[in-house]
Design a protein around this ligand. Structure first.
Ligand code: EPU
Length: 340
């Protein structure tokens, strides 16, 4: 296959900065190119899809064909009295796309500002921050079936979005490559300022009115304060999902720790703060070999220099074990482990 290159280093292509090599690498620049690869049998021995590499932990070299999503383009699809329908190709950077929509005067994605990664990766784990999940603004997506090359449109129900979850992480994992995503952005807009940090920052920035761009600016400042910039310190954002517990475990936790943060869920039980649990175990700011637990947010693991995927896996296991032993709660990693 002419497009496929051998032995491409991936260190600069994952935000944790982990060393690994793609034995067979191809940059996907168009849907017909991808379909030709599939139909020509290039993926017969398996494949791995890589977007912005911000939610991927490379635990070793990647032997199957690595499809690096390079699809670009964004456009207004439709406009009506309710708002705007906007489409972006999967390889567009998420944050640039958010800021572009705001510059056009189309609100709705501002709370998701500065999240690393690509537009195509956003639905896979239903990215969310500061009171909004991507699913709330989602219209539909197009994905190519990597077994047949056929393209299919998915609506929100078919994507089965959950907390940091979708069918692309579960039942359909590995089958599809998302190529374009459409969002519905509302004309009737009101700011989501549930987080005190965001409201305070808006005030500190001197904004009298919470416009979509002002909210985005505030979110950027809050994230910059709390989360490490992957361009400077390797990391993959939150390393674990916030765990969901039933009513009995919540009651037991709160009896022992009345201040434990907990977000009650409609069906009973609650979502706990994994960062708080890890912090309580004394990990915040500590190093486990070359992997650090970020000093400002214990849910984020960072590369203190020269970390490998094995180091990250080891650190994650140590943290999981102490949370399990101390609280009886199982933490589930948020990023996807690839290679090795
Ligand atoms: N906390 C601590 N110690 C810590 C970290 C957090 O006690 O070291 C406590 C905080 O004081 C707070 C609670 O835990 O009471 C929750 O912390 P925070 O508001 O920072 O949010 P989070 O639950 O840790 C989630 C998302 C983030 C998102 C923020 C803001 C997940 C796995 N993470 O973090 O998403 O930016 O809320 O909405 O749901 C990501 O997914 O990569 C990510 C950064």
């Amino acid at each position: 296959m002419p497009d496929i290159q051998a032995d491409i280093p991936l260190t600069a292509l994952n935000t944790f900065g982990l060393p690994a090599v793609a034995r067979h690498y191809v940059q996907i620049r168009s849907v017909p190119q991808l379909q030709a690869l599939v139909r020509g049998g290039a993926l017969a021995d398996g494949h791995v899809v890589l977007g912005g590499g911000s939610n991927t932990i490379l635990v070793g070299d990647v032997a199957p064909v690595l499809l690096h999503v390079g699809l670009r383009g964004r456009r207004l699809i439709a406009e009506d009295e309710d708002g705007w329908c906007v489409e972006a190709a999967a390889g567009e950077g998420w944050h640039d796309f958010v800021r572009w929509t705001l510059a056009q005067g189309w609100p709705g994605l501002e709370n998701l500002s500065l999240i690393p990664g690509t537009v195509g990766a956003a639905p896979i784990q239903n990215i969310g921050a500061y009171g909004i999940e991507m699913a709330a603004r989602f219209e539909s997506l197009d994905a190519v079936d990597l077994a047949t090359g056929a393209i299919r449109r998915f609506d929100a129900a078919e994507c089965a979005f959950g907390y940091r979850d979708s069918c692309f992480k579960g039942a359909e994992q590995g089958r599809w490559m998302i190529v374009a995503v459409r969002f519905r952005l509302p004309r009737a807009w009101s700011p989501v300022l549930d987080y005190a940090d965001v409201a305070d920052e808006l005030h500190a920035l001197g904004h009298r009115e919470a416009t979509p761009t002002a909210v985005s600016d505030a979110i950027i400042r809050v994230r910059q304060r709390k989360l490490p910039d992957p361009a400077r310190i390797g990391n993959a954002g939150s390393f674990f999902k916030n765990p969901v517990v039933d009513g009995a475990r919540l009651a037991a936790l709160q009896a022992a720790h009345p201040n434990a943060p907990a977000y009650p869920l409609a069906g009973g039980g609650a979502k706990l703060a994994a960062g708080w649990l890890i912090d309580q175990c004394g990990w915040k700011g500590r190093a486990i070999g070359p992997v650090g637990v970020y000093e400002r947010q214990a849910l984020v693991l960072v590369n203190r220099g020269g970390a490998t995927g094995a180091d990250v896996r080891h650190a994650a296991e140590m943290i999981r074990r102490s949370v399990r032993e101390r609280f009886g709660i199982e933490l589930e990693p948020e990023p996807v482990f690839v290679g090795g």
